[in-house]
Design a protein around this ligand. Structure first.
Ligand code: PBG
Length: 316
């Protein structure tokens, strides 16, 4: 009776798996704060794409871990940079089985670890230069589209980033490359393990460009601006602490709304389960179902493959 009357259920096609790919790696390496998640080599990436396709998930989101970083994140726009190389490998492996998506942000590629390029203010302070960063994002978007990415994940939180990348793509005739805007992206402690996953060089924090966790209306406003600029999909991130923002956005958005349940949320479930404090599988499925209930059309989750396998088997 409960199965018959359930208002919401998970489907494999609505799950997206984030994947880290490390330049120069001969084999995959574990990430300490994310048990079960690894930095992939190109070979292990191929194998993981095969598993993801077999599980029937909707897509993968690629992140690059480059060997060298510099002030402007040159590796992001280099066709031979790790993210662009990994994209070509993933697209070749995935075929039509799933949608290959890429993180469009400079933080993995900059030696200062910020999402944009820096500039000095008149008073001598180093800050992220919004408009100079947009120029880098345009080039990064073109490089990713060229490599075969079908959906660009704009996660840098620069004002005007959706319009800028859309304009660059359209100017190059890339009208079929879609944009996923991280709209309600909050400055969060729950990104902690991700910093280990991508070997982040970040000094300071991202409060200059990510949203304040205290602000609910602002999340909705960011989504409205991104839709106006041409976003094909908008996203809320993190997920579990932002269900109100997710529900608001889902109620108002004319485009699909996604949620990203982030590294720290993954780590909390895994750590508690490893201690025997919670039922791991039930906790994973409950958390994901709560995101669908709040209005997420699709979810980025490091648990995508196993959740899809359970969902395909009718759930628990
Ligand atoms: C930026 C980016 C971040 C995450 C996804 N894209 C890090 C940040 O904004 O600090 C975090 C994802 C996670 O924690 O799982 N490239």
């Amino acid at each position: 009776m409960r199965r018959l009357t359930a208002e919401h259920r998970l489907h494999p096609a609505q799950l997206v798996l984030p994947l880290f790919v490390r330049e120069g790696a001969a084999e995959s390496r574990p990430i300490g704060s994310m048990p079960g998640v690894v930095q992939h080599s190109l070979d292990s990436l191929r194998a993981e794409i095969g598993r993801a396709a077999a599980a029937g998930i909707g897509g993968v989101m690629l992140f690059g871990v480059p060997e060298h970083k510099d002030a402007i994140g040159s590796g992001a726009t280099d066709p031979d940079g790790i993210l662009n190389v990994a994209t070509r490998v993933a697209v070749a492996e995935a075929g039509d089985a799933l949608v290959v998506q890429t993180d469009l942000c400079l933080d993995e590629f900059t030696d200062h670890g910020h999402c944009g390029v820096l500039a000095r203010t008149a008073s001598g302070e180093l800050v992220v230069d919004n408009d100079a960063s947009l120029e880098r994002y345009r080039d990064m978007g073109l490089a990713q589209a060229e490599a075969g990415s079908q959906l660009l994940g704009l996660s840098g939180m620069m004002d005007g980033q959706v319009a800028a990348v859309r304009d660059a793509l359209d100017g190059a005739g890339r009208t079929g490359t879609a944009l996923l805007a991280y709209s309600g992206k909050y400055a969060s402690a729950f990104y902690g393990p991700f910093r280990e996953a991508v070997v982040s060089s970040l000094q300071g924090d991202r409060r200059g460009y990510q949203l304040d966790p205290a602000n609910r209306r602002e999340g909705l406003r960011e989504a409205a601006l991104d839709i106006e600029e041409g976003a094909d999909i908008v996203m809320v991130k993190p997920a579990l602490s932002y269900l109100d923002v997710l529900a608001d956005t889902a109620a108002a958005s004319p485009v699909p709304v996604w949620a990203y349940t982030v590294s720290g949320e993954y780590a909390m479930i895994e750590a508690a389960a490893a201690n025997g404090w919670i039922d791991r599988e039930r906790a994973i499925d409950e958390a994901l179902t709560s995101l669908v209930r709040a209005g997420a059309d699709a979810i980025l989750t490091y648990h995508a493959i196993e959740a899809a396998e359970r969902a395909a088997g009718g759930g628990r």
